[in-house]
Design a protein around this ligand. Structure first.
Ligand code: FPP
Length: 220
């Protein structure tokens, strides 16, 4: 079976998962972190080398204040609780996105996690935070222009925020929506797209296998 080397995921459906249980939305995001941990393990076990997830989009700032601060708290909790065990399991963690709008504390947490895990080789986890596909193209263009170079595809490619891993072979979106929502616009030009009706907190090993099978069938 052909296994994608790089999977990107739009982890959608946390809010609905929480609503179904009469819980606050942030409880859905908390369960989303659990689901992400399980997904990293399952990807690694299947031979996937890179997992890139959309944790917080440039548009997510427009959500209710309570939800935004809940997501920030969750991020800080995850940085203090998840990084060490991930490191021990050989996960290399990278944060992708515009860091100018995140707090000094969060920025320091990103750098610390990246430094700690930079030598790991089992799987790379890219956490896209304050990320948008259009932002990425614009920031790459600004860097190429600042170098005084001509704006070519190759030059932009080299400056995209995910240049360290290359393009995803497979993009999965959970939660039953069929949109890219300003995720990896440049990078998904040739990716296979697989949509799952499962809400992200319910996206388990079996759901990942279903997506991997769909990918393998298309690659045949
Ligand atoms: C979309 O669900 C999900 C998000 C906006 C956040 C995804 C974040 C995680 C899975 C947790 C990992 C993140 C951090 C901060 C460590 P939704 O709220 O749009 O769900 P809905 O479509 O059902 O409303």
């Amino acid at each position: 079976m052909s296994i994608p080397q790089h999977i990107a995921v739009v982890m959608d459906g946390n809010g609905r998962w929480a609503r179904q249980r009469y819980l606050p939305r942030v409880a859905g995001h908390r369960q989303g972190v659990e689901s992400l941990r399980r997904c990293v393990r399952a990807c690694e076990a299947s031979g996937v080398k890179v997992l890139t997830v959309f944790a917080f989009s440039s548009e997510n700032w427009n959500r209710p204040e309570e939800e935004v601060s809940g997501l920030m708290d969750l991020l800080i909790t995850a940085l203090s609780g998840e990084v060490k065990p991930s490191h021990e399991s050989g996960v290399k963690i990278c944060f992708v996105g515009d860091r100018s709008r995140v707090s000094e504390r969060v920025r320091a947490g990103f750098t610390k996690a990246e430094k700690l895990t930079e030598g790991n080789q089992k799987i790379t986890l890219n956490v896209c935070f304050n990320y948008g596909g259009r932002w990425d193209i614009a920031q790459a263009a600004r860097k190429v222009a600042a170098q005084g170079k001509e704006i070519t595809e190759e030059a932009l490619e080299a400056e995209m925020a995910t240049a360290h891993v290359g393009d995803p072979d497979l993009l999965i979106r959970t939660g039953g929506e069929y949109r890219i929502s300003n995720f990896l616009l440049w990078q998904c030009a040739y990716s296979e797209l697989v949509f799952s009706d499962k809400l992200w907190p319910d996206f388990d090993e079996a759901a990942l296998d279903t997506a991997l099978e769909e990918y393998a069938q298309r690659e045949r």
